[in-house]
Design a protein. Sequence first.
Length: 80
Amino acid sequence: MRVFITGVAGFMGSHLADKLIANGEDVVGVDNLVGGTLDNVNPQVEFYEEDCVLTSHYFPTQTLKTLINTELFVILLVDK
């Protein structure tokens, strides 16, 4: 399965990605690196540095539009 995780460079997102990868899943991850670090991202994650809090009425950027072809979304909402 291909899984899309927001906040993949944070504590919860990176640990979830590690578990999914250990179970044989493909992981695509997005993070703006404000609360997380690139060191937390598993090298097997297809990683994109993006900000999911968008200013243009919450329409996804072109990069995010290309990532929507996944089977499962995991959206982690974190208060800054």
